[in-house]
Design a protein around this ligand. Structure first.
Ligand code: ADP
Ligand code: MG
Length: 286
């Protein structure tokens, strides 16, 4: 009973030369690799390696990630090119994003100018609108899962890590809690049914963080954190936010709505003035 519709392939593995580790996550690691498919050109790729023993209880997470990504084609969504398995591991071959995580650029820069933040968020929202139009909810949008294609400061971004993404039937709701607490919508934290709108909440948290360098909800204790999130009180501290446009704050408030019905959809977010006004207030925040 092979999960990936092909027999365990030790041959496939020989097409790859593993290089350095790019990142680690919940289910194993991602390494840079050189891929020499038969009759193909040599490609630098990101190879996600998942030990089977780590997903023994729920191997469908691997299959879900592949199935969700296979049908997608968008400039801001990571491409999956191949997948195979050996006796004890699953392998997923991704387009290599060499520019690193958005997370690291926030750490390096402290905060983004409004123009750069809007440019980044516009791409994330565009990818999310595309996903939602294909009935897919990502559920784990956060700066660790958003990658720069190149090292260039203005590089395009791709959304990665579809490990807990789900295809949703019309009106279907998910109830299992998932994702990272810091970016999780109130309806996820409280175990209520949730749908597409959870991604918009996460984008709101990311946008806030990009513009000031810290998170909108900062309680250390999990229960306290949930209570803080549920209040839906978004504070823009004068000291850090005085140079940020009203349009940007408006955008964030519209995404960090506790009631998912009041929260902007991805399409609505794309049409918000903060993302449509060319170079939304180019204020230098440094
Ligand atoms: P997990 O589900 O374990 O979090 P991810 O898919 O998020 O796995 O990968 C973990 C890390 O590996 C990412 O945060 C990123 O740093 C790196 N990574 C993942 N995919 C790529 C890629 N296509 N190109 C470059 N780095 C990647
Ligand atoms: Mg991840």
């Amino acid at each position: 009973d092979h999960l990936l519709s092909q027999p365990p392939s030790f041959k496939k593995k020989k097409e790859y030369t593993l290089l350095e580790v790019l990142g680690r996550g919940g289910f194993g690691k991602v390494v840079r690799a050189e891929w020499k498919p038969l009759n193909g050109e040599v490609k630098d790729v990101a190879l996600k390696i998942i030990p089977k023993k780590l997903v023994r209880d729920n191997p469908s997470v691997v299959l879900d990630e592949i199935n969700v990504l296979k049908g997608l084609d968008h400039p801001n969504i990571v491409h999956v090119w191949d997948h195979f398995e050996s006796r004890d591991k699953y392998y997923l071959t991704f387009e290599l994003a060499v520019g690193g995580e958005l997370f690291d650029r926030i750490t390096e820069r402290g905060r983004f100018t409004e123009k750069d933040a809007a440019q980044c968020i516009r791409q994330v929202v565009a990818a999310t609108a595309y996903l939602h139009a294909h009935s897919i909810v990502h559920r784990d949008l956060k700066p660790e899962n958003i990658l720069y294609k190149t090292r260039d400061p203005n590089s395009q971004l791709v959304i990665a890590d579809f490990g807990i993404a789900k295809h949703l039937e019309p009106n279907e709701e998910l109830t299992c809690t998932a994702g990272s607490v810091g970016y999780a919508a109130p309806e996820v934290l409280t175990g209520k049914g949730h749908g597409m709108k959870v991604d918009l909440w996460s984008i709101g948290v990311i946008a806030y963080t990009l513009l000031c360098g810290y998170s909108p909800f900062r309680s250390e204790d999990k229960e306290e954190f949930v209570r803080e999130t549920m209040k839906g009180k978004i504070v823009f501290h004068e000291r850090y936010w005085k140079n940020v446009s009203q349009t940007a704050k408006d955008f964030i408030r519209a995404l960090l709505q506790v009631d998912p019905h009041k929260r902007l959809s991805a399409d609505e977010a794309l049409r918000h003035p903060w993302l449509t006004t060319e170079g939304a207030a180019d204020v230098d925040l440094s």
